[in-house]
Ligand binder design. Sequence first.
Ligand code: GLN
Length: 250
Amino acid sequence: MTLRVCALYPDLMNIYADRGNLLMLERRCAWRGIEWRLHESGLGEPLRDEHDLYYIGGGQDREQFLVAENLAAKSEPLIEAIVGGGAAMLAVCGGYQLLGRGYRGFHGEDMPGVGLLPLETVAGDRRMIGDVLLECELEPGVRRTLAGFENHAGRTRLDADARPLGRVVSGFGNDGESGYEGCTLGRAVGTYLHGPLLPRNPWLADWLLAQAIAHRTGGEPPELTELPDELELRAHEVSARRAHARGGKF
Ligand code: GLN
């Protein structure tokens, strides 16, 4: 099987080595004999809704400003791919913000969003920085933790009917107030967590891969063969410990 993956603006939206998330997914596919075909989608080309997994990393306000209008103009095929077609997506920080209705940056610049996720974001004057620990329940009854690192000025407010990715155990999360972090919709996940996120949280990497495979086959997300994950779980522990030591909030 070949997974078709689309990285959006990998040259511009790739802060804190967010690219590591793609490398992690690629390795986990290779170890399982799944072929990985990566398409890098830049400013100058149309977005095609033929991929199983879409990815967009974080960026400073400056890079977000460079891509926001271009991405918003591609909202139709992207929403069709995720909502209509059931493709998977991971969006990190600046990329997550741009999947909402819009982002007002630190200097008041208004950037349009894709309108895929039911949320909007406005930058505040203090950055929210540090290790984060979340508790997630993507499938009812299955609770797992996510550990990562956040650094954002944006405060993201979810609509009342939005599904957050997780509950904040330590850290700020979406806005430093609600107690929630990220947002999920169908097979799409948006989050502030860098790190990169997936090498510290192999279960989320496999969740995304299983969703992408389900899109590819038109069936249910499969049970993937287990991988040793010793280093990954140690990285998770270290990161979770740091987040605990940091505690919450401002
Ligand atoms: N520029 C955005 C903010 O500060 C996103 C930052 C990021 O991607 N790390 O909120």
